[in-house]
Design a protein around this ligand. Structure first.
Ligand code: HEC
Ligand code: HEC
Ligand code: HEC
Length: 199
């Protein structure tokens, strides 16, 4: 007699997934697993590359396109004598794994929500939030001794003979661990925000 209450589709799917395979040789299952894994690794890399360009970050949301990207384009880190460009992700996204993935997913979610709510949708709103946002970036950079900056500017490669007297003097503070790059060099890709006056 037929079961009056046949199990639902979800249950049947689970049962099928849990049952040992009688049809497929283990080798086929292994190869399929490797292929699926490889596709996921490649897919992740492609997604990281596509979402890591200035074109993407600078235009992904209205607020970046309107306020942040145009300033970057005027800065020394966009166009310079030597033609080495620092892109958004060079300065803002960790360069190592898994920190890179975690940062991108978190920033993606937080930024998408803020964009949808229009947190910085107008010049006025952006100006009001800018000090807070800049401080978030400065805190991150202080916390890792300006690792992003140092990924291009290697203090070991500094030639004091080629730097101004003032730079050499101030850079000793970095070499002695008394200050980090972002303590002295703010506003290197954007307009530096001013601290709001206390009411
Ligand atoms: C992708 C590499 C890269 C990264 C990351 C980077 N820079 Fe630069 N930086 C450059 C290049 C290239 C120049 C311009 C060199 C030239 O003048 O031709 C430059 C120039 C500068 C200058 C000289 C500015 C001037 O007006 O001459 C300062 C100061 C500086 N960077 C600080 C920083 C700080 C602070 C950070 C981190 C927040 C940083 N850089 C991150 C590549 C980078
Ligand atoms: C205590 C402050 C201080 C710290 C910390 C500091 N700098 Fe500087 N830096 C200066 C000063 C001052 C100058 C000279 C500016 C000038 O001559 O206009 C300078 C100059 C520079 C220049 C331009 C050099 C040139 O001759 O054009 C670069 C690039 C630079 N710093 C990068 C860095 C990086 C990267 C770090 C971190 C590894 C760092 N600085 C840490 C104060 C600092
Ligand atoms: C050379 C490093 C560098 C590059 C390149 C760079 N930024 Fe920034 N960014 C910073 C720093 C440092 C701050 C903190 C404020 C400051 O000092 O200007 C900042 C601040 C910000 C802020 C907070 C608002 C503000 O203006 O303070 C946003 C948003 C931002 N960056 C987005 C971007 C985007 C998008 C790009 C690419 C179009 C980009 N950044 C390229 C270093 C960089």
């Amino acid at each position: 007699m037929a079961d009056p209450n046949p199990p639902g589709i979800g249950r049947r799917l689970l049962r099928w997934l849990a049952s040992p395979s009688s049809r497929w040789p283990v080798a086929v299952l292994l190869v399929a697993g490797v292929l699926v894994g490889a596709a996921m690794v490649v897919g992740t890399q492609v997604a990281i590359a596509v979402t890591g360009t200035d074109e993407f970050c600078g235009n992904a949301c209205h607020s970046h396109r309107q306020f942040v990207y145009p300033e970057h384009k005027l800065s020394v880190h966009y166009g310079n004598r030597t033609g080495v460009r620092a892109s958004c992700s060079d300065c803002h996204v960790p360069h190592t794994y898994p920190a890179k993935l975690i940062y991108k997913v978190r920033a993606g979610v937080v930024d998408a929500i803020a964009e949808a709510r229009g947190t910085i949708s107008t010049q006025e709103k952006f100006d009001a939030q800018r000090w807070r946002l800049a401080n978030m970036v400065w805190d991150e950079m202080r916390a890792d001794n300006s690792a992003h900056c140092r990924s291009c500017h290697d203090p070991e490669a500094w030639d004091p003979k080629k730097q101004s007297e003032d730079a050499v003097k101030q850079h000793k503070k970095f070499l002695n661990g008394k200050a980090t790059c972002i303590d002295c060099h703010t506003g290197v890709a954007h307009k530096e925000p001013e601290e709001p006056k206390k009411p």
